[in-house]
Design a protein around this ligand. Sequence first.
Ligand SMILES: Nc1ncnc2c1ncn2[C@@H]1O[C@H](COP(=O)(O)OP(=O)(O)OP(=O)(O)O)[C@@H](O)[C@H]1O
Length: 332
Amino acid sequence: MKAFELENLHKRYGKVVALRGLTVEAPTGAIGLLGPNGAGKTTMIRALLGLITFEEGQGRVLGRDIRRERLAIREIVGFAPEDECLFPGLQGVEFVCYAGELCGMPRKDALRRAHEMLDYVGLGEARYRPVEGYSTGMKQRLKIASALVHDPKLLILDEPTNGMDPEGRREILELARDLSRNKGMSLLFSSHLLPDVEAVCDHVLVMGGGRLLLSGSIAELTRRERIRYVVKVKSHVAEYRRALEALGATTETREDQGRDEFLAEPPAGRDVEIFWETARGTGIQVRRLQRERTTLEQVFLQAVADAGSPNANEAKTAEVETEFAAESVGAV
Ligand SMILES: Nc1ncnc2c1ncn2[C@@H]1O[C@H](COP(=O)(O)OP(=O)(O)OP(=O)(O)O)[C@@H](O)[C@H]1O
């Protein structure tokens, strides 16, 4: 069964077209949702949850129809929204219990599950504290506990690590991984932070301009068909490149590369030994040789660029945010 499938969804807010014929199929498992600002990600999530009406289209979440079976969908889907949705004055345990009751659970069951889920997300000791005193990371975990209280089959996390410090972020990513890998729950994980998506998800959907731009397993999307190497020599880079090209290799310099660095693709039938052969032939020393790896960020930026210019500026924004994330996240 698919986690969800949508066909030709159209949604407008006044003059703004938020979804323009969105068609997407997502397998069960951990799915990353990427897209520049305004791509339509939140609108798609709202449509999946039956929170908005739309002009055209149809879809199913875990086999349930998004127009006709909204309540059934809410019983099996948990949602932790991006914005702060906590009621001041409630203790953590009261808040999660209330979320359970809203899902139709009897109070006694909701309270028992609230305690279990608070322990699970690491808020056991803070359960009787008023929620307004929680830190950003604690509030995020409280939202996740509330989304889990009714034991959903699909959990939707919208920007779950936004504004968090590296330690808090690591804890949230570990929770998300545990839910999908050990608890058998499907995840839809929306984030601007590509390293977070790479750390948690198996599959990725890239949206732009209210449509699906790309969908696939992260392993497949980042597997290179062409094998290229980053080469750095000690000196005489132009001479070394000419000698490589004379053997049939192609070379190019990427914008971010230093003076003595370049990218090289060996000709068909040749591999890494061509670099050593050229070094011997020219007497030029090779300082670094590294197989190029495609990152999810490159895949994402390429998909947005291929889709045309409407989102080009937003893609740049995402790029900047990704760079920031890469600096601040550290290894997960
Ligand atoms: N309630 C609303 N009223 C008017 N316009 C809206 C509303 N919600 C979304 N939009 C518009 O619809 C488009 C898609 O918005 P959406 O929030 O789904 O994008 P997103 O991919 O989630 O973006 P972000 O990453 O910034 O959250 C945007 O142009 C947005 O301004």
